[in-house]
Structures are given as structure tokens and as C-alpha cells.
Ligand binder design. Structure first.
Ligand code: C2E
Ligand code: MG
Ligand code: MG
Length: 624
């Protein structure tokens, strides 16, 4: 019987005795025995637990070892070749061992024994095998190569290891690596192609370009050209319709591009909305221009995306390979990019052929851009003033403020050299703010100096300046210099306004309400401008120089100018003619009732001091 059970039986009379006997000692003995018996039971249980734990641990270790060995085994199976052959130095098959699912296992393997490698394989593969056997036996080192086979119409790639077995025999181990090779091919494809469009990417282009350059150097009669294509307004589509629509558009464009080029040409997506087409073996520029025109035509057709018709357009830069200028692929791409930039800035939707002058100008532009950032801080801007004459009274009614930049190296630069760049890089707002401040200061000086002359100043504004903050600064400056709002006239070019009618309408309304004059500058260029005339709050209209310049009476330009003037008269809008250069033009404009005029005939833009002299010496009368 187990000791714990015996103790328990002996315990009962003792316990009963401890209750009935008033003897304390007997009671303590009984408790002692109970505790002792319990302790022994615990020890027994603990020992059994320890044994069980040990057992469990051993089992766990055993299972881990089993799993590891299973993994090793599986790895080993995978690493095992599908086919092992023993072949002697002469190329005679001696023995075969093959996995059952190995596709190239000869069903009649037994009949192969004793035959020669050359009898069993195509000559090129047999030669490869015999060479490897020879080399393995001479060097006593394993030789590895890959072979491509076509088995039942499908391509199979095998890795062949030729292991020296004795001084005269080798073991040839063959493994089907088609899956691995397919995965590697996919990786290679991904590395050289764009994921979205499937077109080749920049890496592949650079490789192909370098190869093409080498070929063209060897055969200079076959020329090489690169087309750099950038979609127009892609950012607007992406931002307004969403990125997935942008992606669909890119996909559509890449498909059209493939159609527009020859099979031998390479169309590449560089990234974003930039594409490149590489044209090889072309005869001359005319051929390239034809491709560019075909691409522009193909892209122009509308694409329907989410029930919306989009009319894509692109700007293309063309560069022909010139050995002296293009030492590598990067040089060609750079020049094509520069030409594309010119196409874009020349009005988009067109192509431009690279000319080395473009490169110089692009470098100059970069210089201007970096200097422009310092110009405000270095106080390099100044304002010239050109008088605007009342054509009836011949008195100076206003000055147009025209910015100039005293460039540290290039001398005095006109706004055409830097305003557009300032707009593009977001500097036009602080520059415009400086113009407004300077003009207000000058105007208040003139009001003190020539109080009898009610003078206005016209300021040119870029659309980016038409923000609420502009109105705030304007209010502050008017108060600071004690100026009336109607002494300021804001000129905004027609082309800029037409593209931003909705965005600017409210602010223009508020400015007009405040009393500030608003003039549409360079009017007459666009054909959609007339319908905005009643919509926009304008006080004046400046007729584009081209319409004034014509010397022939009743020319088309004169007729347009006259109808603009009469239309403005009926709308109560003042007309200003710019670019007046002759007395005949003045006479004609006076005759047709144009209100104001400006031009070299009266005066060229002048410094602030020059303008003050004009005001004080001639009392504002331009004819003295
Ligand atoms: P715009 O506002 O149309 O200015 C008139 C331009 O024509 C001025 O050129 C002026 O010098 C020139 N001009 C005036 N009369 C004649 C003439 O009889 N014959 C000829 N051939 N030209 C004449 P400028 O100063 O080079 O200004 C060019 C443009 O730059 C301006 O055209 C205006 O759009 C812009 N601009 C000037 N200052 C600023 C400015 O502070 N801010 C902004 N955003 N643009 C400005
Ligand atoms: Mg102007
Ligand atoms: Mg103008």
C-alpha cells in the first residue's frame, strides 16, 4: 500500500482522540502527524510533476529536432538534381538516376547506356557538354552551365553541373530551373519597364541609347534622333480629376505613342508625364519632324475618361545626334529636354528642334533664376515711368510703372527677361508688393510736389497677385501715404484674365468697388475676350500695340481698333492706345475718339526723376 494512504488510515483515531481528550500534547502530536503526512504527499506529487516536466521538455526537444531535420530534408530534396548521369571522358553514358517528374528523362534511359553524348543531343548542346567534361577532368573542378531546351513546345531552362567523379569519369547533375529563371526574367523586365504603362523605362533607354550611339559612330550615314515629350496641363488633370484618371490618361497616351512610331523605334516613359522616343537609322531631320507631327496629331484626338472628353496635347523637343555635342546618352536627353522646354514656352502643343543657342539661353535662365532670388534683398529693382497722355488735352494723365532690374553682371534688364520666371518660381508676389509700395511712395511725393496735377499711376499685375492679401496691402499703403484709391489703376493682361475669369472676378469687383481703376492690358490678342467684357469689372481697356502700329489707313488692324474703341464708348469704358510712335497714329486715334495714348512718340519709359522733371518743367503737357 502507498505510504500516503497508510498514514491517512492511522490518522483518523488520533484526530478523534484529539477532539475528545482534553490532553493538549496529544492534540499537538496529531496535528504534527497530519502536517507530516501532507508534506510527504506534496513531495510525492512534486516528484511526479518534475518527472512529467522533464518528459514534456524531452518531447519538445525531440519535436524541434524532428522539424529541423524535416526542413533540412526538404531543402536537400529541393537541392537534389533532377537527373544524375555518369559519363566517361569519351562522352559515353554509363549510368542514369532521375527524379520521376523530370521532363527530359529519357523514357528509354536504359538504351542510352553505352551510347555517345553526340548521339543523344543537338550538336551545340553536345559540344557544350563534351567541353565541360573535358575541362572538369583536366582541372578536377566542378563546371556549371545553363542550357535551354524546347520540350513539347514549352521552353525549359536547365542548370548542368559537371562534377569530377574519378580521373576518367564525371557525374553530370541536371536541374530544371525554369521557374527560377522565369522569376529572374520577370525581375529583369520590371527593372527595365514602367509599371503603369509597360513601356521601357529610363534605365533601358540609357542602355539602348548608348548602344545606338556606338552603332551610329560606326555607320554615320544612319542618323539618330531623340524626341522628348511632355504632356501639357497634366498637373491640372491630375489635381482636378484625381490620380487614377491621370494614370488612365498616361496609359492612353502610351498606347497612342506606340501606334504613332515605327516598330524599330523605342517609346519610353521617363516618369510623370514625360516620355522619350528614340529614332534610329533615319535619313534626315524631315523624317524626324514627320514622326513628331504624327505623334502630335495622334495625341490630339479626344480621350474619354469617366464620361468626360479630354483633349490631350503635348510639347515635343527634338534633337539630332551631333558627334561634337553629344558624348553620351545624357547629353542627347539634356538637349531634347531643353528643346521641349522651348516648345512649351512657345505656346505648347508643338515641337521645337534643338539649337545650341537654346542651351545658352537655358543656362542664362538658370542664372537669372538664382540671381532673381537675391535681387529684392539687394535692392536691384527700380521703376521706370512712361507717361499716358490724354489725347484730347495732350496732358499727362497718368504714368505706367514699368519694372527694371539692374542686374549685377548683365546691366539693366527689361521685364520680359525676368517677370515670367518670377511668376514661375513664385517670386512675383513679393516683387509685386515691392512695386506697389514704391509706386505709392512716388505718387505721394508727386502729389506734394505738383499738387495742381491730378495724377494716376498704372501698375502691371500678374494674376498670382490677385489674392485677398493684395487688397489688404493696398488698403494699408493707401492709408500710409494718404492716397485716394482712384489714383491707382491696375493693369492685367487679357490672356492672363481670360484663363482666370472665375477666380479673379470677385476680387476685381471688390477692387473696383473700392475705387481702384482696372484696365485690361494688351487687349485684342485673344478671341474669347469679348464675352468676358461685361462679366469683369473693368474701367479701362488698353489696345494691343499691334493694332495701333499699322500705318495703312483702313487696314484690318485699324478696323479692329476702331470697333474696340466704339464698343468701349458704348460700355462707358475708357480706351488707351499703347505703342503710339507717329503723329499720324495720334491724329487717327484722336479722330476715332480714343481717350488716352502712350508710346515712344510721346515719351519712352523714364526714371522717377525724369518723370518728376516732365511734371515740373512742362506742367504735365507733353508737347511743352
Ligand atoms: P505692357 O504693360 O504692355 O507695357 C508696355 C510695354 O511696351 C513696355 O515694355 C513699354 O516699354 C513698351 N512700349 C511702350 N511704348 C512703346 C512704343 O511706342 N513702342 C514700342 N515698341 N514699345 C513701347 P516693358 O517695359 O519692356 O514691359 C514689358 C511688359 O512687362 C509690360 O507690358 C508688362 O506686361 C510687364 N511688366 C512691366 N512691369 C511689370 C510689373 O511691375 N509687374 C508685372 N507683373 N509685369 C510688369
Ligand atoms: Mg501694361
Ligand atoms: Mg501692354
Amino acid at each position: 500500500m502507498f505510504p500516503g494512504v497508510r498514514f491517512k488510515l492511522e490518522l483518523w483515531p488520533m484526530l478523534l482522540g484529539a477532539i475528545t481528550w482534553p490532553n493538549q500534547l496529544a492534540c499537538q502530536i496529531a496535528i504534527g502527524i497530519v502536517m507530516g503526512s501532507l508534506a510527504v504527499s506534496f513531495m510525492v506529487v512534486a516528484r511526479q510533476n518534475r518527472r512529467l516536466n522533464k518528459e514534456a521538455k524531452r518531447r519538445q526537444q525531440f519535436e524541434t529536432a524532428l522539424r529541423t531535420s524535416e526542413a533540412h530534408y526538404r531543402a536537400l530534396i529541393h537541392a537534389l538534381p533532377d537527373l544524375i548521369m555518369r559519363i566517361n571522358r569519351a562522352g559515353i553514358y554509363l549510368e542514369f538516376l532521375a527524379s520521376p517528374d523530370f521532363a527530359t528523362l529519357p523514357q528509354d534511359a536504359s538504351t542510352w547506356i553505352g551510347t555517345h553524348v553526340a548521339d543523344r543531343m543537338p550538336p551545340n548542346l553536345a559540344k557544350k557538354r563534351l567541353d565541360a567534361i573535358k575541362k572538369a577532368l583536366t582541372t578536377q573542378m566542378t563546371q556549371v552551365y545553363e542550357q535551354n531546351l524546347s520540350i513539347n513546345g514549352s521552353k525549359q531552362v536547365e542548370q548542368v553541373r559537371v562534377v569530377p567523379y574519378s580521373h576518367d569519369e564525371v557525374l553530370i547533375m541536371v536541374q530544371n530551373i525554369s521557374d527560377r529563371s522565369k522569376a529572374e526574367e520577370q525581375l529583369k523586365h520590371d527593372a527595365f519597364h514602367d509599371q503603369l504603362t509597360g513601356l521601357p523605362n529610363r534605365s533601358l533607354l540609357m542602355e539602348r541609347l548608348e548602344l545606338a550611339l556606338k552603332r551610329t559612330k560606326r555607320h554615320p550615314e544612319a542618323q539618330l534622333a531623340v524626341l522628348f515629350l511632355d504632356l501639357d496641363n497634366f498637373k491640372i488633370i491630375n489635381d482636378s480629376l484625381g490620380h487614377h484618371i491621370g494614370d488612365e490618361l498616361l496609359l492612353g497616351i502610351s498606347n497612342r505613342l506606340k501606334i504613332a512610331i515605327r516598330e524599330t523605334d523605342l517609346a519610353v516613359r521617363l516618369g510623370g508625364d514625360e516620355f522619350v522616343v528614340l529614332l534610329e537609322e533615319i535619313s534626315d531631320l524631315t523624317e524626324v519632324v514627320m514622326v513628331a507631327e504624327r505623334i502630335l496629331e495622334t495625341l490630339k484626338l479626344p480621350i474619354t475618361l469617366v464620361n468626360r472628353e479630354i483633349f490631350p496635347s503635348a510639347s515635343i523637343g527634338i534633337v539630332m545626334y551631333v558627334p561634337e555635342n553629344h558624348h553620351g546618352a545624357a547629353d542627347l536627353l539634356r538637349d531634347a529636354d531643353v528643346a521641349m522646354y522651348w516648345a512649351k514656352h512657345n505656346g505648347r502643343g508643338q515641337y521645337k528642334v534643338f539649337d545650341p543657342k537654346m542651351h545658352q539661353q537655358a543656362t542664362q535662365r538658370l542664372n537669372i533664376e538664382s540671381n532673381l532670388r537675391q535681387a529684392l534683398k539687394n535692392k536691384e529693382f527700380l521703376i521706370y515711368y512712361q507717361p499716358i497722355i490724354n489725347l484730347k488735352t495732350q496732358q499727362v494723365e497718368a504714368f505706367e510703372a514699368l519694372i527694371r532690374w539692374q542686374h549685377p553682371e548683365q546691366g539693366l534688364l527689361g521685364p520680359d527677361r525676368f517677370i515670367r520666371i518670377a511668376e514661375e518660381i513664385g517670386l512675383i508676389v513679393p516683387i509685386g508688393e515691392w512695386v506697389l509700395q514704391t509706386v505709392c511712395q512716388q505718387l505721394s511725393y508727386w502729389q506734394v510736389k505738383c499738387p495742381e496735377q491730378p495724377l494716376k499711376v498704372n501698375i502691371n499685375l500678374s494674376v498670382q497677385q490677385l489674392e485677398d492679401s493684395f487688397l489688404l496691402s493696398l488698403e494699408e499703403l493707401l492709408t500710409q501715404h494718404s492716397l485716394r484709391a482712384n489714383t491707382l489703376v491696375l493693369e492685367i493682361s487679357e490672356s492672363a484674365l481670360v484663363h482666370n475669369v472665375d477666380a479673379t472676378q470677385d476680387l476685381l469687383e471688390r477692387l473696383k468697388h473700392r475705387g481702384v481703376g482696372i484696365v485690361i492690358d494688351d487687349f485684342g490678342a485673344g478671341d474669347s475676350c469679348l464675352r468676358y467684357l461685361h462679366q469683369l469689372s473693368i474701367t479701362g481697356l488698353k489696345i494691343k500695340r499691334e493694332f495701333i502700329r499699322s500705318s495703312e489707313p483702313d487696314s484690318r488692324h485699324q478696323v479692329v481698333a476702331e470697333s474696340i474703341i466704339s464698343m468701349c464708348q458704348s460700355l462707358g469704358v475708357k480706351t488707351i492706345a499703347e505703342g503710339i510712335e507717329t503723329s499720324e497714329q495720334v491724329a487717327w486715334l484722336q479722330d476715332v475718339g480714343c481717350d488716352l495714348g502712350q508710346g515712344f512718340y510721346f515719351a519712352k519709359p523714364m526714371t522717377a526723376n525724369g518723370a518728376t522733371n516732365l511734371l515740373t518743367s512742362f506742367h504735365g503737357s507733353i508737347l511743352g
